[in-house]
Design a protein around this ligand. Sequence first.
Ligand code: FPP
Length: 238
Amino acid sequence: MIPQDRIPRHVAIIMDGNGRWARRRGLPRYYGHKVGAESVREVIRTAIDFGIEYLTLYAFSRENWRRPSVEVEMIMSIFRKVLNREVEKLHKEGVKMVFMGRINDLPPDLQKLARDSMELTRNNSKLKLYLAISYGGRTELVDAARKMVSLAIEGKLRPEEIDENSFRKFLYQPELPDPDLLIRTSGELRVSNFLLWQIAYTELYVTETLWPDFRREEFVRALEDYASRERRFGGVKE
Ligand code: FPP
């Protein structure tokens, strides 16, 4: 049993290893993504059970557009299928869905699916699920800089008004608290351009488990590990 005050408020996950999972089984990469989508469902349910408030999943980076077009289309078609199948259920369970990133890069029908699911679930508050799609941490910071410069040119923002708190208001989702825990599957020791501003003091957890195998038990293991840590935010131990 993990005491509730040791449960992270916001968990962010870099879902990695779908391709390797498929390769090890001699299957096409598609199956890795397909089974990976089942892990997504199980992780969402587990987050609800543990009373986690915010869950952010790195589903597709801006760099991922550089993959072969057949694979990109495959991933888009999985998003499409999963959204069509799951949104209504997630809504009934009280999940609020937010898409984060350059949503305009997506095929038009997926943009509509994304906007409709945000609209449908916007008043839900059980679990806030942020799906980072066509997301890049540096792009988010560049977009923030652009918005600030535009305001400055209009005379609506002075340099001395910019500090860490006001800067945050220019991020894609200013209401999203910093992640307490960042999980990365499949063993890579990188942050891969994910939430660069937000993870300044985030606890990191890396597991060798590949994303399609990352299910409830593995997630609970990560939560237990987090619960045993002392966070100091750059200060000294109390
Ligand atoms: C990383 O594995 C995974 C992706 C780039 C796509 C993530 C997509 C899903 C999990 C499908 C469903 C998601 C949602 C939100 C419905 P990889 O291809 O980089 O694996 P590799 O590093 O082993 O090649």
